[in-house]
Every structure is written in structure tokens, then in C-alpha cells.
Design a protein around this ligand. Structure first.
Ligand SMILES: Nc1ncnc2c1ncn2[C@@H]1O[C@H](COP(=O)(O)OP(=O)(O)OP(=O)(O)O)[C@@H](O)[C@H]1O
Length: 308
């Protein structure tokens, strides 16, 4: 297949008068790692469920591998791996049996499933836990098992809804590494996330969504280049002083944003901006220079932060 594996045009989902997904257009190419980045309630899970054929759309067109998931749910799902936001592993079963039993739901034969389960245990780095109870696994291990289970049917597209929410930093890195390997092996990944670092790590291209609409589209680097400066200086003057001091920072960078706890100064030269602040006789309690991120892009586009 050379065309897109997913194509949405004017895709919409309404609940009464409320549009959870409000007419969005996007395409996902084969082998691409595509992201939907947006805050809670942006409409990401709703979009994923329409792709997976478990939620009917209210309008627009949607094609997954050339088929309409609303009409060809089982055929579409045979080629998808779906990783929901919450792990829904079978706690009664051991680790390996979770893989084998899930494969049975797809009608896959034991002769395929037994070696496949071993391959997936190795992929998920869970060989040593093959006979452990699911309840005895750490959060990161459960998440890796859920992903391994979603791969049991050898899907062409893996849908991952908030894959690392609730995991500690080390467990997130292990998981990103596993997903990177899948991508290298040619699996198309569609990832929803409200973590800008996850979007930057995993996605070749992404749409920034807010309130059911697409605010911007591009690679993480393109989006940062188009909507932010190279560096950001974060200064704190104490929460009650930030709003007063900001007027004195006019012209230090290209623009400033005042957040409840700090001021962000957007500039191409962070160290130079810090020197200018000091020349103006201002002494922040803390200051740091960092590079711009997708969080800055989101703030620029919506005036709000990705994390509530
Ligand atoms: N069955 C429903 N009835 C009414 N409103 C709904 C329903 N399901 C979702 N919504 C609303 O649709 C909006 C989008 O929800 P969705 O779960 O897609 O957001 P999200 O971007 O995935 O965020 P999260 O990460 O919190 O799930 C939210 O405002 C949500 O409250």
C-alpha cells in the first residue's frame, strides 16, 4: 500500500450540541509514527476510538487501510493493535497466558500463538515473568505486557492511547525504546499524548489538537521553528511579583508569557537575555535557559498549558 493507511476528512463526533471532535483532517503514511498532542478533553481518545471502529462518527469520512471502520469493523480490527489508556489485562491469568488467550479471541491457532508468545515476551523484556501473576507486575511491566498483547495478531497499525501516563521516568524510557523498535520494524504508530516530551521522542509528525480542532500540524522540529524561538528563559521573581516585573522585561526577548509561577522569555539567545535582565537591575530568585519545546508551541497557539 503506497497511499495513506489512515485518512480522515472533516471527521466529527458530537454528543448533543457538544462537538468532541469538530471536523478534523489528517493522513497517516505507512510506517510513520503519527501523534495527536493535546490536553485532557481535546478529543484524542474519541478520535482513536473512531479509528478503531468502536465508536461511530457523527460526520466526515474516515478510511483505515482503505476501509470505513464503521462498516468494516472486524476487518479493520484484524490489522490493528489497540492499546487503551487503562491497562485491561486479565488479572486472573499469568503473564504468558494473557498473550495466548488474547490471541485465541482472534481465532489464531496454538501452533502460531505459542512461539509468538515467546517472541513477544522477549520483545517486552518479560521472559523472566512469563509465569508470574499480572498483579505482581510493576506499572511499567503491565504496560509492556499490554503492548505485547496488542501485537499478538501482527498488526500493521498500533494505536496507543496515552502510552506512558502514570509511569515513572525510567519505565517511560524503556517503553519508548520498545516503541522505537516497532517503528524501525515498519509498524505504523498512532500515539495520543499530552506529554510534549513523549511527542518529541516518538512522533515523526503530529497534529496539535485542542477542543476538538487541529491547531497545527508538522514534525516536532517544524512546529517549534514555526511557532517558537530557539530558546526560552524561565525566570521566577516570587509568585506575587511576576506580574509587576514583566513590564520591565519588555524587549529583552521577542515576547514574554506570564504564568502563575514564572515568566517565560522567548529569545534566540538565552544567555544574552539573562545578561540584559541583570543589566536592568533585576534579580530573579531562579533562572534557567532551555530550548523551546512543544509545550511552548501549545502555549503560543492556545494561550494555555498542555498540563492542567
Ligand atoms: N460519551 C460522552 N458523552 C459526552 N461527552 C463525552 C463523551 N465522551 C467524551 N466526551 C467529551 O468529549 C471530549 C473529548 O474527550 P476525549 O476523551 O476524546 O479527550 P482526550 O483528548 O482523549 O482527553 P483524555 O486524555 O482526558 O481522555 C471531552 O470533553 C469529554 O468530556
Amino acid at each position: 500500500m503506497t497511499g495513506p493507511v489512515i485518512r480522515a476528512e472533516g471527521l466529527r463526533k458530537s454528543y448533543g450540541d457538544f462537538a468532541a471532535v469538530d471536523g478534523i483532517d489528517f493522513e497517516v503514511a505507512p510506517g510513520e509514527s503519527f501523534g495527536l498532542l493535546g490536553p485532557n478533553g481535546a478529543g484524542k481518545s474519541t478520535t482513536m476510538r473512531m479509528i478503531g471502529g468502536t465508536l461511530d462518527r457523527s460526520g466526515g469520512t474516515l478510511e483505515v487501510l482503505g476501509m470505513d471502520p464503521a462498516e468494516h469493523g472486524p476487518e479493520v480490527r484484524a490489522h490493528l493493535g489497540v492499546i487503551p489508556q487503562q491497562d485491561n489485562l486479565d488479572e486472573e491469568l499469568r503473564v504468558r497466558d494473557n498473550l495466548v488467550m488474547y490471541g485465541r479471541y482472534f481465532g489464531l491457532p496454538r501452533s502460531y500463538l505459542l512461539p509468538k508468545a515467546e517472541e513477544l515476551l522477549a520483545f517486552a523484556q518479560l521472559e523472566a515473568k512469563a509465569t508470574a501473576k499480572v498483579g505482581d507486575l510493576s506499572g511499567g511491566m503491565k504496560r509492556r505486557l499490554t503492548i505485547a498483547r496488542g501485537l499478538v495478531n501482527g498488526p500493521r497499525i498500533l494505536l496507543l492511547d496515552e502510552p506512558t501516563t502514570g509511569l515513572d521516568p525510567q519505565a517511560r524510557h524503556v517503553l519508548w525504546d520498545r516503541l522505537f523498535r516497532l517503528k524501525e520494524a515498519g509498524t505504523t504508530l498512532v500515539v495520543t499524548t499530552h506529554f510534549m516530551d513523549e511527542a518529541e521522542q516518538l512522533c515523526d509528525r503530529l497534529i496539535v489538537v485542542d477542543r476538538g480542532r487541529i491547531m497545527a500540524e508538522g514534525s516536532p522540529q517544524q512546529l517549534i521553528r514555526e511557532h517558537s524561538t530557539r530558546e526560552v528563559v524561565e525566570v521566577r521573581f516570587g509568585s506575587d511579583r511576576n506580574a509587576q516585573v514583566v513590564a520591565q522585561l519588555d524587549g529583552v526577548g521577542e515576547r514574554n508569557e506570564v504564568l502563575p509561577d514564572r515568566i517565560l522569555i522567548y529569545t534566540h539567545d538565552g544567555e544574552g537575555a539573562l545578561e540584559e535582565i541583570s543589566r536592568r537591575g533585576l534579580h530573579p530568585v531562579t533562572s534557567l535557559v532551555r530550548r523551546s519545546s512543544l509545550e511552548d508551541v501549545f502555549l503560543r497557539l492556545t494561550g494555555r498549558s498542555l498540563i492542567d
